[in-house]
Design a binder for this molecule. Structure first.
Ligand code: CUK
Ligand code: CUA
Length: 642
């Protein structure tokens, strides 16, 4: 009977989860309920003042990262990552097109979910931010001195690159896990023969400590589960990585999986140090694999794309003691690790309780060789041996957990639309506040490191409904900012976000401000088509290719009257911005060009192409209002018959 009630409850929860409905009924409560008393004062950042924190929100299906200031919620920038971006010309300019190369060709879109800031000794160091592309599996790196994407590596043997891109304590690795298991290597086979044949690749991409260059060092070829999310160990558990899994039944259709079968899935615990040692001693085997590695060089201002041909794969059963499976309630989503590295929290999204696993207990059970069977040769731990506690949350649909510096954890509940604050170690619930509506991830700046900055929390909500002025059928997603400095959380404000933010990363503004680049030094510009000064401007014809070496400086193009171009030519505009000042880009747009404009930063050279189709005299102009004479910044190209 009890079980029947339980499964009925579960069904209600499941259907609510699928409908994505939260407590979005009571208007008065929504407006006032959780609002702090002096909320306006706390989010007000006076004109000319700066925010205290940066927040980097993933753009989901925009493929980008957006940057906000906290507490104001002001949007500071959108950084294009996996998309073509007309605002800057990223993915349109000749220099940046190679960034979007993959083994499937030029793919100017992706679905970005989890940004993570690089760390040193488990603390944010503010050098880079990494972000995953889910759809055509990729990991990108953004250089936080320029807020631009400077490297993208494709992940072979992976599909739906979701449990990514989290970094280890010293950014030794950025880690990527496959959501979909697939045949490894790919092969034409019946889909319903999935079980036992599909595999899940977990990828460890090393990050060179000096320059930050990424390299796919090894992949662990795991059983054919779905790998949903992951987090690194830290402190005592540094050297380990934890992945939540679902569909441990290995079904090719997930219809039946959610309603029946295993009542537990696993958290996979990976001792990556052990595997690293194994591969450093010649372990693993190389397998053929095609994947692109794209690098943007900030001195030549050019990206290059290299196609890699093989990858080192590791069979986990060949490295005893490297991989264990920890049972956790069904279909966990989040897999979060406490700042001290002791607790691993599995959020079984179809369960009301949060299960907290203990790293120490796990080690002890491993030492005592207490296992509860195995899956494909990987030991399964006893649930009771590895559990540290259960949080009786009272909420429904737990997804993700972040932490503050005072031993508290904050978990989002999608179905009951709330954030619940609870205490690590005692597992007692301290506070709960509604979110508007149906919250996914949450973020505390530094909440994914040894040193969280527990002043603010943002909740990223999946459903907006009535929070803003209506804008037709589609509304931007809503972010809610909470003050978490006190015992109780206080809602401070709402602000819209762009695309679909899944996760975010945040850091104190002071970490990035001092090293933010103001402009590129002209003398360091090594672009092959750069010119040193406006007087070096020239037009060079090579067959039907015409290279125009053009200069921009307030407020003139040199040259600005160009003749001798013919229908059918390939015209390359290589535009060097000779400004040496902060915040003076020039833009360039050409009538009839089937590309976007480009925005050229001071000291930089960028190229776009144009194929004139008709004779005539055609204008171009600067797109960025750069001075009082911006409207005078223009030119003409005369196009003659072939
Ligand atoms: S997430 Cu990607 S489905 Cu909960 Cu990290 Cu939104
Ligand atoms: Cu240069 Cu407007």
């Amino acid at each position: 009977m009890k079980n029947l009630i339980k499964s009925a409850l579960l069904l209600v929860a499941v259907s609510m989860f699928m409908m994505g409905c939260g407590n979005n009924g009571n208007k008065t409560q929504e407006k006032a309920g959780a609002l702090g008393s002096n909320a306006a004062e706390k989010v007000y950042v006076a004109p000319g003042e700066h925010d205290e924190f940066y927040a980097f929100l993933s753009g989901g299906y925009s493929g980008n990262v957006t940057v906000y200031g906290l507490p104001s919620g002001r949007m500071l920038k959108e950084i294009p990552v996996f998309s073509q971006f007309p605002t800057s010309g990223y993915g349109y300019s000749e220099e940046t097109k190679p960034m979007l190369n993959t083994s499937h060709g030029f793919i100017p879109w992706d679905d970005s979910h989890h940004p993570d800031i690089s760390q040193t000794n488990g603390e944010l160091d503010g050098r880079f931010i990494f972000i995953n592309g889910n759809n055509t599996p990729r990991i990108a790196k953004i250089d936080l001195s320029v807020f631009e994407t400077t490297e993208i590596i494709e992940i072979p043997n992976s599909a739906g690159n979701h449990s990514s891109s989290f970094v280890t304590e010293n950014t030794e690795y950025v880690v990527a896990g496959t959501r979909f298991s697939v045949p490894v290597p790919q092969v034409d086979m019946p889909i319903n023969e999935y079980k036992g044949k599909f595999k899940g690749a977990l990828s460890f991409i090393s990050v060179d400590p000096e320059h930050g260059h990424m390299d796919l060092k090894f992949q662990i070829i795991m059983p054919g589960f779905n790998y949903d999310l992951s987090h690194p160990g830290r402190g005592n558990s540094h050297g380990w990585f934890f992945f939540s899994t679902y569909n441990t039944e290995e079904a090719s259709t997930l219809l039946e999986v959610n309603a029946s079968q295993n009542d537990k899935d696993f958290i996979a615990a990976i001792n990556w140090k052990k595997i690293e040692e194994y591969v450093n001693n010649g372990g693993g085997k190389k397998m053929p694999a095609n994947y692109a590695h794209n690098v943007y060089d900030e001195s030549t201002h050019n990206a290059t794309s290299t196609m890699k041909k093989e990858v080192l794969v590791v069979d986990p059963t060949e490295v005893p003691g490297a991989v264990y499976l920890l049972p956790t309630p069904k279909s966990p989503h989040g897999c979060d690790v406490s700042p001290d590295g002791e607790y691993i929290i599995g959020s079984g999204k179809l369960s009301a309780d949060l299960t907290v696993h203990s790293f120490t207990n796990m080690l002890k059970a491993i030492e005592d060789k207490k296992f509860d069977g195995e899956a494909y040769g990987i030991p399964i731990m006893n649930y009771d041996d590895v559990v540290a506690g259960v949080v009786k949350s009272g909420g429904l649909g737990p997804l993700h957990t972040e932490f503050d510096a005072k031993g508290n954890a904050y978990t989002t509940f999608f179905i009951s639309s709330e954030v619940v604050k609870w205490k690590l170690g005692t597992w007692e619930v301290i506070d709960r506040k509604p979110t508007y509506y149906s919250v996914g991830h949450l973020m505390v700046p530094g909440g994914n490191s040894r040193k969280p900055f527990g002043k603010y929390l943002i909740a990223m909500n999946k459903i907006t409904k009535d929070r803003y002025l209506p804008t037709g059928p589609e509304l931007e997603h809503s972010v809610q900012l909470y003050d978490i400095s006190g015992e109780k959380m206080e809602l401070l404000s709402d602000f819209p976000s762009h695309g679909e933010p899944h996760y975010a990363a945040g850091c104190p503004a002071d970490l990035l401000k001092p090293k933010s680049k103001k402009f590129y030094k002209m003398e360091e510009n090594k672009h092959p088509y750069a010119i040193k000064a406006p007087q070096d401007a020239k037009v060079v014809r090579e067959g039907s290719n015409v290279h125009i070496y053009m200069s921009t400086i307030r407020s003139h193009f040199t040259p600005d009257n160009i003749e001798g171009i013919k229908v059918g030519d390939n015209v390359y505009f290589h535009i060097t911005n000779h400004e040496q000042d902060f915040d003076v880009p020039h833009g360039f747009a050409m009538i009839g060009a089937n590309t976007s404009e480009i925005l050229v930063m001071p000291g930089q050279t960028k190229t776009i192409t144009w194929q004139p189709k008709q004779v005539g005299v055609w204008p171009f102009y600067c797109t960025d209002f750069c001075s009082a004479l911006h409207q005078e910044m223009q030119g003409y190209i005369r196009v003659s018959p072939q």
